[in-house]
Design a protein around this ligand. Structure first.
Ligand SMILES: [Zn+2]
Length: 611
């Protein structure tokens, strides 16, 4: 397995992999971003291209390509290994991690099901009326193929039989959410046939929209009732929650939209799957939709990896407006810059994309700040010339303002409101204070993760020791020189620390290579600490500017300085102990000892002064 791990690491550049999830910007020889794993405003997340590792100064997480994917996608090591091996085009030998195998099998079945549905659409029962419907909606063949649309034919066991024919167990197929289990009084089937007869296809006579994760792997489906089909059934049916499909963390179209979201620096959020597809076809490729839920904070976290601006489409009915308000407030709270796209009453993005794509693009460009949208709504609803109306308007607007993160923006809207209502700004501010302390409880704000590692505080000499260790890891010349350093006092103190002891004793064996060290101790505490100290040696964190690269022109000069500091610390420690011993000797009347100790004391004091 290890050779496969190294092979993968040599083929996949960590900057490319992480760049698929977060917006990296160049920082010296390396890259930085806002951490995808905790909420922060100033970037403290670093990627070292040279060492092929990453580290966050904010939450202390870090690792290599595998660690990143595991953290990002919530995977086990073996699952991450599989995905990266595929990406790198490497054949892995079969392994038997049970949980990973389970999920892989589910993904395998979902992929087969996707192909089955596609085939039904292009060559099977859906070829006529379904294709015609999709074309009527303005979709081109290319788009239909790209989004892998399909058709689930009418009948109870089409997909079930197809998958059984591929030699999957009924229990395995059931885990994908593709089947429905009958209500039965025979819950413990004794024969295979009985077990099979307990299930039937979830999707029947429906247009199938495969839903993919960020990596483009199908994790579930959204299925629309076929035109002329049984309209008494729900218009859309989705896969239930499974090991692979978590509704609140899925955004329809994200795999195809993420690059464009990054490069255009905003997301277009529409209502339905067809809106996403039609918008992509119209050239607005940074479009996604939530699928079967209201917008969640998990989904916003995903979007934030790529951009913190979002333009939202909403249905212009009361239900749509209610959803709009909730989504906007949640976005404010997550620090998003939110705008609202207005395409006029009674239309959806898909329709407009088909009829007049240029107009759709223009509407997105003309999106208005979400706060302006709230202003328009409130001022239309109440009479702003009357006292009662002013109060209602101020209440609504300020509630929204109280969700905003940015103080500059807040004060902009407060001034604006005061002006429009023709009241003093101070009274507006007073109202806002009341709202802050009372009314708004709906969305508990997320706290910033406090910086750094938790754990017992380090003494000054331990902090210096870590700095020296970090410099050794960042600069092999320093590593070598510390090995040759001639002071038992210092080296013995340093060797109390396990990481230092390892790099001191194994330096030559590891060719003074940081990569070889972390390879040998992969994912252990030693590895994590080595990576953290490495990054801390290379960078420093500044609350205003984020992470900055240290100027390490001469690492050894700096290391020597720290060693001198450490010598002083050790001397000071010794002096304290001698002082205590002198006191004790005097108390006991042991003059000889006291004299000897005092001589020692002045010798060390002199050393300390000369240093
Ligand atoms: Zn972090």
């Amino acid at each position: 397995m290890n050779s496969a791990v190294e092979e993968i690491k040599s083929r996949i550049n960590i900057v490319d992999l992480i760049g698929e999830y977060v917006r990296l910007s160049k920082a010296g020889a390396n890259w930085r971003a806002r951490c995808p794993f905790h909420n922060e405003k100033t970037p403290s997340f670093m990627v070292s291209e040279e060492k092929q590792i990453w580290h966050c100064f904010g939450c202390g997480k870090g690792g290599d390509v595998f660690g990143f994917l595991m953290e990002q996608e919530g995977l086990e090591f073996k699952e991450a290994l599989k995905i990266l091996a595929d990406k790198a085009g490497i054949q892995l030998q079969r392994y038997d991690g049970k949980a990973a195998d389970d999920k892989n099998k589910i993904m395998e079945i979902l992929e087969l099901a996707t192909k089955f549905y596609e085939k039904q659409l292009w060559d099977g029962a859906g070829k006529g009326k379904i294709m015609e419907y999709l074309r009527q909606r303005g979709l081109k063949n290319e788009t239909i193929k790209d989004f892998r649309l399909g058709y689930a034919p009418a009948g109870w066991r089409n997909l079930l039989n197809f998958l059984l024919g591929k030699e999957y167990e009924i229990e395995e197929i059931a885990k994908t959410g593709l089947l429905v289990q009958k209500e039965t009084n025979n819950p413990q089937p004794t024969t295979h046939n009985q077990a099979v007869s307990n299930y039937y296809d979830r999707f029947r006579d429906r247009i199938i929209f495969p839903v993919a994760d960020v990596m483009g792997k199908v994790v579930g489906f959204s299925a629309r009732v076929a035109p002329g089909g049984d309209e008494s059934q729900a218009k859309y049916v989705n896969t239930p929650e499974t090991v692979a499909y978590h509704k609140s963390k899925i955004l329809y179209g994200i795999d195809k939209a993420k690059q464009e979201i990054k490069s255009r620096d905003f997301t277009v959020l529409v209502e339905g799957n067809l809106d996403v597809i039609a918008s992509h076809q119209a050239g607005i490729k940074n479009t996604v939709a939530v699928s079967g839920t209201a917008l969640t904070s998990d989904q916003l976290e995903i979007l934030k990896r790529y951009s913190d601006s979002v333009k939202m489409f909403f249905d212009a009915d009361p239900a749509g407006e209610g959803a709009a308000k909730k989504s906007i407030l949640l976005a404010f709270e997550k620090g998003f810059n939110a705008e609202v796209v207005d395409i006029g009453e009674g239309k959806d993005a898909a329709e407009l994309a088909a009829k007049d794509p240029a107009k759709l693009i223009a509407s997105v460009e003309k999106a208005i700040p979400a706060m302006e949208y709230f202003f328009n709504k409130s001022f239309a609803k109440y009479d702003s010339r009357k006292a009662e109306g002013k109060k209602k308007i101020a209440g609504e607007i300020l509630n929204a303002v109280s969700f905003m993160e940015n103080e500059v923006e807040k004060s902009h809207w407060i001034k604006n409101l005061a002006g429009k209502l023709e009241v003093a700004e101070k009274s507006i501010l007073d109202t806002l204070k009341k709202i802050k302390s009372g009314a708004r409880e709906n969305y508990a704000g997320e706290k910033e993760v406090p910086g750094g590692e938790s754990g017992p505080a380090l003494s000054r000499s331990e902090m210096i020791r870590d700095k020296i260790t970090g410099l050794m890891l960042a600069d092999r010349l320093v590593w070598k020189k510390v090995l040759e350093y001639n002071s038992d006092d210092i080296i013995n103190f340093l060797k109390n620390d396990e990481l230092f002891r390892i790099i001191f004793e194994k330096g030559r064996e590891l060719d003074f290579e940081f990569g070889k060290l972390t390879e040998e101790y992969r994912n252990s505490e030693i590895d994590k600490k080595a990576q953290r100290l490495f990054f801390e040696a290379k960078y420093q964190f500044d609350a205003r500017e984020g992470v900055k690269e240290n100027e390490l022109r001469d690492g050894w000069l700096l290391a020597e300085h720290y060693i001198k500091e450490l010598e002083k610390e050790i001397c000071r420690g010794k002096l304290k102990m001698i002082e205590r011993d002198i006191k004790k000797a005097e108390e006991e009347g042991d003059k000889n000892a006291a004299v000897y100790l005092m001589r020692e004391f002045s010798k060390i004091t002199k050393d300390l002064e000369n240093n």
